[in-house]
Design a binder for this molecule. Structure first.
Ligand code: SF4
Ligand code: SF4
Length: 363
């Protein structure tokens, strides 16, 4: 029996041949989005902006052009008009470099109405500067995210060193904000080098754009005055030579992430007009994750897309699907020692959504 008041999550599995772009999957995705996208309180169609996880340099993304086009077609089919596609700047590459790269990739993909969501009004130089913002309460949504009457968030499900999994709640609480807010969110996280495991190879040094790592005496050393807690070094190390952080800082990170997710969902224009719809894409298992774990030993994740208006239910359903499939659990899937329990709990407390859901599978 489905639980009373459970949120609806729909899973559209991709094709039997294992491709994530076959015509049947894309048609199913389009139809399901058209059915699930909410209308405004007055029942009027709304222009929806689509947050797409466009890739960063040297990091191919899991959500591709066909997924984006099918999702936008779903909005059109429902009677809404797809507004700008956008992506905000990452903390893990320099702002201006990322902005230029995103625009180039959008042109290559024929996304003519693409915008960099947190382009600074001060111009390109402003992308690289940080003000003296001291608390996350002053966090700013990117311009496009703040002003969109409806928001469709396309999330590539991937491992995350401090959560185990990055999906809808992560994209809402981190991905919709500007780069500066993301930096503030991460700043208490200070990875540490486990010296017996570190071989001094320098991969982490190359991954850190904040120049926080040096090799001393054949081992990596992190300068925590420069480290912003982005977690890139964790992913870069094949030997588990860097450990994620103490539990207190990770717990604080997860709580603050939930609070930002709630702020995004309640403060944006979309909360008053059209609304939000979230899609978690389980398209390809990542080739490499934080630490030394090899995913080749695990069964690949089921491929497809999960869709809901409730980001908490959506992430819970995604985790359950992964855990069911990988057998060994989310920790083994992600390679992270942390899981998103505190994030999900705080999201529920704030009323952002609920972990109780009914899963419908639509082929
Ligand atoms: S990547 Fe890992 S093993 Fe290599 S220097 Fe950094 S911490 Fe040490
Ligand atoms: S040391 Fe690691 S976590 Fe810190 S800024 Fe550099 S890459 Fe990011």
């Amino acid at each position: 029996m489905p639980a009373e008041n459970a949120s609806l999550v729909v899973f559209c599995p991709s094709g039997q041949k294992g491709t994530d772009c076959d015509a049947a999957f894309l048609a199913n995705l389009e139809k399901t989005i058209a059915e699930m996208v909410p209308f405004s309180a007055e029942g009027l169609p709304t222009s929806w902006s689509v947050k797409i996880p466009l890739e960063e340099p040297n990091k191919p993304n899991l959500v591709n052009f066909e997924h984006i086009q099918a999702s936008r077609a779903g909005l059109r089919r429902s009677g809404h008009s797809p507004g700008a596609s956008f992506e905000n700047l990452s903390i893990t590459t320099a702002g201006l470099e990322t902005a230029n790269y995103l625009r180039t990739r959008a042109r290559q993909l024929n996304l003519t109405d693409f915008e960099v969501g947190d382009e600074s009004p001060a111009g390109p130089e402003g992308l690289l500067t940080l003000s003296q913002m001291s608390t996350l309460a002053e966090g700013r949504l990117s311009q496009v995210a703040a002003q969109a009457p409806g928001l469709l968030l396309l999330n590539s499900v991937r491992p995350h060193p401090f959560l185990g999994i990055a999906a809808a709640t992560f994209n809402l609480g981190c991905g919709l904000f500007d780069r500066e807010t993301k930096l503030k969110l991460h700043r208490h996280l200070k990875p540490k080098v486990d010296t017996p495991l570190c071989a001094g190879c320098g991969s982490c040094l190359a991954a850190c754009i904040f120049d926080a790592i040096s090799i001393q005496g054949g081992r990596a050393t992190i300068d925590h005055k420069l480290c912003v807690g982005c977690g890139e070094c964790l992913t870069a190390c094949h030997l588990s030579g860097i450990t994620p952080d103490d539990k207190t800082a990770v717990a604080q990170f997860q709580k603050q992430l939930a609070e930002l997710a709630w702020a995004a969902a309640s403060q944006s224009q979309a909360s008053q007009y059209g609304g939000f719809l979230y899609v978690n894409f389980l398209t390809r298992p990542p080739k490499r994750v934080s630490g030394a774990l090899s995913l080749s030993k695990l069964k690949p994740a089921p491929k497809g897309a999960l869709i809901s208006t409730d980001p908490v239910a959506l992430d819970q359903a995604t985790i359950d699907l992964l855990v069911d499939d990988a057998v060994h659990g989310l920790r083994q899937w992600s390679g992270s020692v942390h899981e998103p329990g505190i994030l999900m709990e705080r999201c529920q407390e704030l009323g952002l959504g609920q972990c109780v859901y009914t899963l419908q599978v639509r082929h």
